[in-house]
Design a protein around this ligand. Structure first.
Ligand SMILES: NC(=O)c1ccc[n+]([C@@H]2O[C@H](COP(=O)([O-])OP(=O)(O)OC[C@H]3O[C@@H](n4cnc5c(N)ncnc54)[C@H](OP(=O)(O)O)[C@@H]3O)[C@@H](O)[C@H]2O)c1
Length: 294
């Protein structure tokens, strides 16, 4: 399990351990081990911490050397580690775009490639990819994240065909919005998006307000995602895709079954962020809001 220090990863690691799995709980920074283990003690389960920085080949190699030495064979991996940041595309520094792909796509590929010999050897095993509804439908302010998750979906779908003959099943989990630290404003909003001189400033903050509202109204909990991963890990014939959350399921179903819905959906999003004018105003109100947003 990658990214088990907090959020969906921690809840999933605890849920799998509770169900009887021997869980290697990957943590990027060992400073996070204390709180992770305290959560495990509270739930009365055991996790085995494993230093695992998915962008570092040496860290991934060393983690899998440890796993391979264990007497318990590897049954499955969960590629959960993920990052995001929010700004309109033109405001995104290239290095942040690359970093997003390094973690969300290349990190998952690196871990998967290193795990595959062990998973093939097991004969019957699982790979679970934590994607997102953003792996199916685009949105403003998160184009690098969405691009990385679309890529993760394409990778996973293709990989599934390659490894199924070896008894390895691949499942892609697509959660809607769940309140975790990934949504912390300081963590997610890039300084470029806070700059009142950005031509996207007004639209960006309207989109953020919509996002905040949707997040506050989302009934989804980390445990819903964790239960879905447990299901994909334990059912005899797991599906390739699982959408988590009623709203996410509804939107994806509307996209799939009603060809006209896509245009309506994107036009409506655009209408909401452009109503009242799309450019940053010149009267200083944008600068005032920059200060208000920190
Ligand atoms: N929350 C949502 O609304 C939502 C919705 C759909 C999909 N997802 C996906 O679910 C996954 C988990 O998200 P979350 O909401 O739980 O986020 P989170 O609370 O920010 O947790 C992210 C986890 O990934 C770890 N991580 C980040 N970079 C890493 C790296 N380079 N190597 C190893 N671990 C790394 C973090 O470790 P540190 O603590 O060391 O930083 C942390 O454990 C992500 O893939 C995300 O895209 C989330």
């Amino acid at each position: 399990m990658t990214g088990a220090s907090r959020g969906l990863g921690l809840e999933t690691a605890l849920t799998l351990a509770q169900a009887g799995f021997h869980v290697w709980a990957g943590v990027r920074d060992t400073a996070g081990v204390g709180t992770m283990m305290a959560s495990a003690r509270e739930r009365g389960v055991a996790l085995v911490p494993l230093q695992l920085e998915v962008t570092d080949p040496l860290s991934v190699d060393s983690a899998f050397e440890t796993v391979a030495r264990d007497s318990c064979p590897l049954f499955g991996i969960v590629n959960n580690a993920g990052i995001t940041a929010r700004a309109y595309f033109e405001d995104f520094p290239e290095e942040r775009i690359r970093k997003t792909f390094e973690v969300n796509l290349f990190g998952a590929m690196r871990v998967t490639r290193r795990a595959l010999p062990l998973l093939r050897k097991a004969g019957r095993s699982r790979i679970v990819m934590i994607s997102s509804i953003g792996g199916r439908i685009g949105s403003m302010s998160v184009s690098p994240y969405v691009a990385s998750k679309f890529a993760l979906e394409g990778f996973s779908e293709s990989l599934a065909l390659e490894v199924r003959p070896f008894g390895v099943d691949v499942s892609i989990i697509e959660p809607g919005m769940v309140k975790t630290e990934i949504w912390d404003e300081d963590r997610r909003i890039l300084s470029q998006a806070r700059d009142g001189s950005s031509p996207f400033y007004e639209m960006f903050w309207k989109a953020e307000a919509m996002t905040e509202k949707a997040l506050a109204n989302s009934g989804l909990q980390p445990k819903d995602v964790a239960q879905c991963v447990l299901h994909a890990m334990t059912v005899p014939r797991p599906k390739l895709r699982y959408v988590v959350g009623g709203r996410a399921r509804l939107v994806i179903a509307l996209f799939r079954h009603f060809p006209g819905f896509e245009n309506f959906y994107f036009s409506e999003l655009l209408r909401r962020v452009t109503k009242g004018g799309k450019r940053a105003s010149d009267d200083g109100s944008a600068a005032k809001r920059t200060a208000a947003h920190g």
